[in-house]
Design a binder for this molecule. Structure first.
Ligand code: SF4
Length: 334
C-alpha cells in the first residue's frame, strides 16, 4: 500500500545522481556530503568524487591528503576524514554493514547517517530524523515539546518511527527529507502543495506552523582573534600543515598563532565563521617564524599558484592579499 507522501515522492522527486544507483557506497558518500551542505552544492562534488573514487576500495586506497584536496570547497573537512576512515574500515571488514547499529560502529556515522544508509541502501525499516524531518513531524503531529531537549527529541523519534512506511523505508525517509527541504519550509511552509496536509494536525487545527518546532537551546558562538603570518623567502612563502586531530587537521594554511610576533607588519584581516566560532584572522608580514610544533607537522615554501595542497577556506580568502603583498614586497620591506 502506498501513502500520499510516497505518491508525491514518486511523482516529484528530484533526479539526484545518488538516487540513480543507490549503492551502499554512493549512499554513504552522498550522506557524508549532504550533512550541513545544500543538495545543489553537493551534486557537482558528488559527481567528481565518484569519478575520482568509483568504489570504496579506490577511496580506501587513496591518500588522505588527496581526499581532502577533492573535498576542498565543501567545508567541514571532518566529514572527509571520517568518510576516508570509514572506507578503510569497510575494506578491512570485507563487506558493507547492512544494519544501522553496525554502521554506527564506523567513524563519523551517527544515528541519522546510519539510519539513512541502512534504510536507503539495504531497506532496513528505520526512521531517520534530521532538522528537516523534525520540523515535518513536529508540525504534522502538532508536537509542542521543546525538540532541543531529550524528551522532545525522543517524542519526535518515536512519531517518526510510527509514521515510517515499513515496505519502502528508504523512499519514505528520502520523501520526508525532500518534503522538509521543498514544502514544509521553516518560515514559508507551502501547506497548499503538501501531500500530507489532510492528516497534518497543525494544518487541520489552523495553528501557524512557523512557530513549530519549539527550540530553546541555542548554540553559543564565541569570537576569536587569530594572526596568520606571511613569511616570504625569495619568490615563495611558507605554508604549514595542521596536525591530524585538530580543527582542520591535514589542511594547509599560512601559519596561524594567537599572539602576533613583535616585529610584524599588519596587512589586512579576513573573517571566517566556523560552526561555533566567529574568527577574525589578522594577516601579518613577518621576516622569520618558527611554526608551533604542537599545531603543525610540516612546512613548505610555495608560490601562490601552487594548487597541489588541500588548503583551508581561510587561505583562499587571504590569497588575493598574499598575491598583492608578494607583488609589492620590495616596497613593503624597504
Ligand atoms: S500541511 Fe503545512 S505544516 Fe503540515 S506538514 Fe504540510 S507543509 Fe508542513
Amino acid at each position: 500500500m502506498t501513502t500520499p507522501l510516497l505518491t508525491w515522492y514518486d511523482e516529484q522527486k528530484r533526479p539526484l545522481p545518488w538516487r540513480m544507483n543507490p549503492s551502499p557506497y554512493a549512499v554513504m558518500v552522498s550522506e557524508a556530503m549532504l550533512q550541513q551542505t545544500q543538495v545543489a552544492t553537493v551534486i557537482p562534488y558528488f559527481n567528481r568524487f565518484m569519478a575520482q573514487y568509483p568504489s570504496v576500495t579506490d577511496l580506501a586506497a587513496a591518500e588522505l591528503e588527496t581526499v581532502l584536496k577533492s573535498w576542498e570547497g565543501l567545508g567541514y573537512y571532518r566529514r572527509a576524514r571520517h568518510l576516508h576512515a570509514c572506507a578503510r574500515a569497510i575494506v578491512a571488514i570485507g563487506a558493507f554493514p547492512t544494519q544501522a547499529v553496525e554502521w554506527q560502529q564506523l567513524p563519523g556515522i551517527g544515528a541519522y547517517s546510519s539510519a539513512a544508509i541502512a534504510s536507503i541502501a539495504f531497506g532496513q525499516p528505520i526512521a531517520c530524523v534530521d532538522g528537516n524531518v523534525t520540523r515535518v513531524i513536529a508540525r504534522h503531529y502538532l508536537v509542542r515539546d521543546d525538540v532541543s531537549k531529550s524528551k522532545g527529541k525522543a517524542r519526535i523519534q518515536s512519531l517518526a518511527s510510527e509514521f515510517l512506511h515499513m515496505d519502502r523505508p528508504g523512499d519514505h525517509n528520502q520523501a520526508m527529507m525532500e518534503l522538509g527541504a521543498r514544502v514544509c519550509l521553516p518560515s514559508q511552509p507551502k501547506c497548499d502543495q503538501c501531500p500530507i496536509a489532510k492528516s497534518c494536525v497543525t494544518h487541520i487545527e489552523g495553528v501557524n506552523p512557523i512557530n513549530l518546532p519549539h527550540k530553546t537551546a541555542r548554540t553559543k558562538v564565541r569570537s576569536q582573534q587569530l594572526h596568520a603570518l606571511l613569511v616570504i623567502k625569495d619568490d615563495r612563502f611558507m605554508i604549514a600543515r595542521r596536525r591530524a586531530g585538530l580543527l582542520l587537521g591535514g589542511l594547509w594554511e599560512l601559519p596561524v598563532t594567537e599572539r602576533v610576533p613583535a616585529t610584524s607588519k599588519r596587512i589586512t584581516a579576513v573573517k571566517h565563521r566556523f560552526t561555533h566560532i566567529q574568527a577574525l584572522y589578522h594577516l601579518h608580514l613577518v621576516e622569520h617564524y618558527e611554526v608551533e610544533a604542537d599545531v603543525y607537522d610540516q612546512i613548505q615554501w610555495v608560490r601562490s599558484d601552487d594548487q597541489g595542497y588541500p588548503f583551508t577556506k581561510v587561505y583562499y580568502l587571504q590569497k588575493p592579499f598574499i598575491e598583492q603583498t608578494l607583488n609589492n614586497y620590495d616596497m613593503l620591506v624597504r
